[in-house]
Design a protein around this ligand. Structure first.
Ligand SMILES: N[C@@H](CCC(=O)N[C@@H](CS)C(=O)NCC(=O)O)C(=O)O
Length: 229
């Protein structure tokens, strides 16, 4: 039986853009595990209550539910040790923790400013209502006012990518010669952008652009095969 991945979807159910779910799409591909996805909307909390979670990703492996992208990655490495590792040993675990907090604490907030209005437009009408009211409350302003500063956020985003850019001058992936979970964790926010917005994040001559292309091409172009823009 294939693993089931509950995956955030837009009004168009083929549109998949959760940065946390993308970690797991890539993780499952990396480990070569067969899986099916179930499109999930923000307002379908009942559908994942069985996993004791209010957020996606949630996976079900056989009859075993696992929620939270970090826990899912740990579970997959523990459960399938003969498959390629997502996190190779302690040194890489520490790098991956850094990648996680950098992605969640620095990259994603800057992206939110660039994407928030476009994200909203991609959702089902019911999700739009939920997303707008929950995010406007959190941001303390309208989505439109918040995203008005997006060109400035893009400058800050490009600046914030400096460490990745410099690492990529020395090696093709964050994890070295081949990608692993830290790469997928940083790639997640880029898929969030790609799946929701036509806004250009990166200059074409940026080494991060080339890395993103390599990530899109992995596993037979899996990430590239989803609707973009
Ligand atoms: N710590 C969780 C965070 C997951 C998360 O925040 N997922 C978002 C989608 S990108 C979600 O389900 N949000 C539900 C909501 O905002 O109500 C993980 O790593 O899996």
């Amino acid at each position: 039986v294939a693993i089931i991945l509950y995956d955030l979807a837009g009004a168009d159910e083929k549109r998949r853009f959760s940065p946390y779910c993308w970690r797991i799409h890539m993780a499952l591909k990396h480990k070569g595990l067969p899986f099916d996805t179930k499109p999930w909307r923000f307002t379908e909390k009942d559908a994942i209550a069985f996993a004791n979670s209010t957020t996606v990703p949630v996976i079900v492996d056989g009859d075993r539910p696992v929620a939270d992208s970090w826990k899912i990655a740990e579970y997959l490495d523990a459960q399938y040790p003969d498959r390629p590792a997502l996190i190779h040993g302690d040194a890489e675990l520490h790098l991956t923790r850094f990648a996680r907090h950098w992605a969640e604490g620095v990259l994603s907030p800057l992206l939110l400013r660039m994407l928030v209005k476009d994200i909203n437009q991609r959702l089902t009408p019911k999700d739009q209502e939920y997303f707008r009211s929950s995010r406007e409350k959190r941001l303390g302003q309208s989505l439109e006012a918040y995203t008005a500063g997006r060109d400035q956020a893009r400058e800050q985003f490009r600046q914030a990518l400096t460490p990745l850019r410099r690492i990529l001058a020395e090696q093709p992936f964050l994890c070295g010669d081949a990608p692993a979970f830290a790469d997928y964790v940083v790639f997640g926010p880029f898929q969030w952008a790609r799946g929701t917005s036509p806004y250009f994040l990166l200059a074409e001559d940026d080494p991060v652009f080339a890395w993103r292309e390599r990530m899109l091409s992995l596993h037979d172009g899996y990430a590239r095969s989803f609707p973009a823009g």
